[in-house]
Design a protein around this ligand. Structure first.
Ligand code: ASP
Length: 429
């Protein structure tokens, strides 16, 4: 009991320290930007040297955990679920939830962008900006489906291909359960590896306040507020869309489906959002995310499957940015969009959300596919690149919240949400 209380105190302290680091990082970053003259010392030694390196050490430590954690926690989860029925139910429900909320996100973003109309009056000519799209942007449906299946699971693990890892881990876990009598050792290894990765997550999280501070200081030291001001209407539209998605879609769905107080959820989930915000990576957030949901009473068998899946296919914040960006670029180039164009954007942005990896800036690359689908100039992306980092951070925080709400709703529907544990945790806060 005493030990439990001590742990809680420490964990509570950690969330507060992370938040403090976030605020400090913004302030120190701005101070560095305005009070240290631009040049070798500020830009190369401080920003791209010290702050970049220490921030990256933290991100890499977290990334180090993602692949083994996802693999072992899913294999272990499927092993203890043991039957394909429950797994099928979890799979269908979570995919429906993820797609539905992404559709809502993009519709809200398009409506909002048409009301605020960012970029109106900018009058830019096609060819004014340069933006090279890396690699091919054509994503064919059959290719997308075939890419779910790993032809070489070792390669999938080595390259961190999340969907392929999920599929391989599910098959391994189910077969370990099915061949139970011959698989005791392997079964135990999977469970223990899962525990080990969870323990490692806790350990790396102790460094979170330092990591968050260095990451945010670097971001804000390299951006001044002038660049932010010039894009204020676009940024404000995206941020409003993100907040609407959070309050109207997520918190409402949570309250309706689970009857828990959504604001308590936000309080408890806040460190995960902060972490996603600082790293701009849904993938790197997976270990902390599963750990936090576990503390909130969500059965790990469910979350170990739905959270990594969401970090790959469910990007509502990214869809919102893409919807607003389409309207912004159309306005800036004075191009009119028809109803059919908007419907095309809804469809392609949803597919793009599935195809966007949970790492920084990818949403900007998949945006080119959305722009091309309605014949908008891809060079338009160059205009929003400069300030994208801040929006990337914000949309990643929303992306992970969507995954968490989906997970809680699905877990609740399958009686895998321990509300007693949830309430106890909330009260401790
Ligand atoms: N950074 C986002 C994420 O990890 C993806 C994106 O929109 O670029 O969720």
């Amino acid at each position: 009991m005493d030990k439990g209380r001590k742990e809680n105190k420490q964990r509570l302290g950690l969330s507060q320290r992370i938040f403090l680091s976030l605020v400090l990082g913004v302030v120190v970053g701005m101070l560095i930007h305005y009070f240290i003259p631009a040049g070798h010392f500020r830009d190369d030694i401080l920003i791209e040297g010290v702050f970049y390196t220490i921030g990256q050490i933290f991100i890499r430590l977290m990334q180090m955990l993602v692949v083994p954690l996802v693999f072992f926690s899913i294999a272990d989860g499927c092993r203890s679920l043991g039957d394909t029925d429950t797994l099928g139910k979890v799979g269908v429900r979570i995919v429906v939830f993820y797609l539905f909320t992404t559709l809502l996100a993009i519709v809200v973003a398009l409506l909002l962008a048409n009301i605020i109309n960012p970029g109106k009056g900018m009058n830019i000519n096609v060819g004014d900006n340069k933006f090279e799209v890396e690699g091919s942007t054509e994503i064919s449906l059959s290719e997308t489906i075939l890419n779910f299946i790993p032809t070489n699971p070792i390669e999938a693990l080595a390259s961190g291909n999340m969907i392929q890892i999920i599929i391989f881990a599910v098959i391994c876990g189910l077969l370990i359960a099915y061949m139970e009598d011959r698989m005791t050792t392997l079964g135990n290894i999977v469970t223990e590896m899962n525990e080990l990765m969870m323990g490692m997550t806790m350990w790396v999280m102790k460094l979170a306040p330092i990591g968050v501070f260095f990451l945010l200081t670097r971001t804000f030291a390299s951006l001044g507020y002038e660049v932010i001001l010039s894009m204020i209407s676009y940024m404000a539209t995206v941020l409003t869309g993100l907040i609407l998605q959070l309050i109207i879609v997520y918190l409402l769905l949570l309250a309706i489906f689970t009857r828990v107080n959504p604001f308590n959820f936000l309080k408890k989930f806040f460190p995960v959002m902060t972490f996603a915000f600082s790293t701009a990576s849904s993938s790197a957030t997976v270990p902390l995310h599963i750990k936090t949901l576990d503390e909130m009473g969500i059965d790990r068998k469910i979350s170990s499957f739905t959270v990594p899946l969401g970090s790959t296919i469910n990007m509502d914040g990214t869809a919102i940015m893409q919807g607003v960006a389409v309207v912004f670029i159309a306005n800036a180039y004075k191009i009119d969009l028809s109803i059919t164009d908007f419907l095309t954007v809804i469809l392609t942005a949803t597919i793009a959300s599935v195809g966007t990896a949970g790492i920084p800036s990818v949403g900007l690359v998949t945006l080119s596919m959305v722009l091309q689908s309605v014949g908008l100039p891809v060079e338009g992306i160059a205009m929003i690149m400069g300030i994208d980092r801040i929006l990337d951070m914000s949309r990643t925080a929303i992306n992970v919240t969507g995954d968490a709400v989906g997970t809680i709703v699905v877990a609740n529907s399958l009686k895998a949400f321990d509300k007693k544990k949830y309430k106890e945790k909330i009260q401790e806060n």
